[in-house]
Design a protein around this ligand. Structure first.
Ligand code: UDX
Length: 462
């Protein structure tokens, strides 16, 4: 099928790449000229595992072309709108790009178009889209509007798109439902050559859930807000564990064994970030308020999340005392591993708080340094974790990249001023850290004192 995608961000590029990979003919439009040039030249505008190789493969196979919005509207019956819906200052989602695309379709398209909103949008946006097309559309345009929220996560977007738990479509016609059914059939039946796994892990086939547009739109905001709530909940439990001497990892394990709760998204830490949870929680609060529903529960989720920054700084202060003039090594800047994205990242807020305290920050991240430099120009960026740790009074781990679990402790011990690790993601083993002569402090679990003195470490590491 000929399919167009308008907007080449995480959702747009992944949708484009994966739908072409399962055999559809894709046209992807990007209004940012510099980004479009990069894409046409085969340069990726973002770091995402597997995405570059999938795009290279489908372009070689002639299944993908990049170009303008106008071409995208002319070329395909099905058009996915994947433009950004960033937060406005009042927390509402900015829908101006969505409206812009709707206007372009209304003015230009003739014949039938299935207009599919895939960006995260407030409930009733589909209804507005329909109205906009009927007001501004020419008589030549026949259309359906559908909602198809995306649940992919950054860092695993290709895997999540090709192996989803569910595909949700909000439709108001059988024609729209059947077209979307055709588009997703290879994924629903898991019939495609997987670009990630030589043998895909056995799992239940995704559920194809067809519902009305309003419900489909709400499923997205409600799902993200619920996951964010789980994180704030376990962060509160972690604080309690620290006071009463319990271990949050054990508590989360015990909770998660109940399938009604589930073990996912019960990892405590410095809070949730990224371009989705913070803005979706805010947008959902606003949507509810405008509908006369006081979603105070979500306001509390947000408050708890914002409170993680100050709470973590106090945790560090209680160990190193005065922060002014102290060298602090920061391991991880991305809002989570396997991405270069630092948008709304708690790590960035923690670094800003450290700078405000007069600390000297030496930071390292495997992928996100370029993007971090744009928001944090005045810190020392390092080529690796060891360089960052040089002369450090403390190493604070803010993103749980795999490589931090594999550090050479002897090499590290020779570099730091003080062997102290504050693990903001419970990524490391307290026992391993302590056994290598470092003082370990985690989140919601017992700290571990170094089991070797520095001099013993020096002799062991000779
Ligand atoms: C999220 C949703 O998971 C995805 O379904 C939706 O489509 C987009 O938003 P993403 O923002 O990529 O995806 O990241 P996710 O993996 O959900 O993590 C979000 C934040 O929560 C990160 O900062 C992560 O570090 C934090 N997190 C996640 C926790 O603090 N604890 C957890 O247990 C899980």
């Amino acid at each position: 099928m000929n399919i167009s995608v308008i907007g080449a961000g995480y959702v747009g590029l992944t949708t484009t790449a994966c739908l072409a990979h399962i055999g559809h003919h894709l046209f992807c439009a990007e209004s940012d000229a510099e980004k479009l040039d990069k894409l046409q030249a085969g340069v990726m505008p973002l770091f995402e595992p597997h995405l570059e190789s999938v795009i290279r493969g489908v372009r070689k196979a002639g299944l993908l072309t990049f170009g303008s919005t106008e071409e995208a509207i002319d070329r395909s019956d099905a058009i996915f709108i994947c433009v950004g819906t960033p937060p406005l200052t009042n927390g509402d989602a900015d829908l101006s790009d969505i409206e812009g695309v709707a206007r372009a379709i209304a003015k230009r398209a003739s014949g039938y178009r299935l207009v599919i909103e895939k960006s995260t949008v407030p409930v009733q946006t589909g209804a507005r889209l329909r109205r906009h097309l009927s007001v501004h559309g020419t008589s030549r345009l026949k259309y359906d509007v559908a909602s198809n929220p995306e649940f992919l996560r950054e860092g695993s977007s290709v895997k999540d798109f090709l192996h989803p738990d569910r595909i949700v479509v909000g439709v108001d016609s059988t024609r729209a439902e059947s077209l979307l059914g055709q588009i997703y059939e290879p994924i629903v039946k898991q019939r495609f050559t997987c670009p990630i796994h030589s043998e895909c892990p056995r799992r239940k086939n995704p559920v194809f859930l067809a519902t009305d547009t309003n419900s489909a739109e709400l499923i997205k905001h409600a799902s993200n807000s619920f996951l964010a709530m789980k994180i704030s909940f376990i962060n509160m439990v972690a604080n309690l564990c620290e006071v009463v001497g319990a271990d949050v990892t054990e508590v989360a394990k015990g909770m998660g064994l109940d399938p009604r709760i589930g073990s996912a998204f019960l990892n405590p830490g410095i809070g949730f970030g990224g371009f989705c949870f913070p803005k979706d929680v805010q947008a959902f609060i606003r949507i509810a308020e405008k509908s006369g529903c006081d979603f105070s529960l979500l306001r509390e989720v947000e408050k708890i999340n914002q409170g993680r920054i100050g709470w973590f700084i106090e945790k560090l202060r209680s160990e190193v005392w005065v922060l002014r003039g102290k060298k602090i090594a920061v391991w991880g800047l991305a809002f989570k591993p396997n991405t270069d994205d630092v948008r709304f990242a708690p790590s960035i807020e923690i670094v800003k708080a450290l700078l405000a305290e007069g600390a000297e920050v030496r930071a390292y991240d495997p992928q996100a340094i370029d993007k971090a430099k744009a928001v944090l120009p005045n810190i020392t960026y390092c080529d690796d974790a060891y360089q960052a740790a040089k002369g450090a009074e403390a190493v604070v781990l803010l993103t749980e990249w795999e490589e931090f679990r594999k550090v050479d402790w002897c090499r590290l011990a020779r570099l730091v001023e003080r062997p102290l690790i504050i693990d903001g993601r419970n990524a490391l083993s307290a026992q391993v850290v302590a056994a290598n002569g470092f003082h370990y402090i985690g989140i919601g679990r017992a700290s571990a004192a170094p089991q070797l003195t520095q001099s013993l470490v020096a002799s062991v590491c000779e």
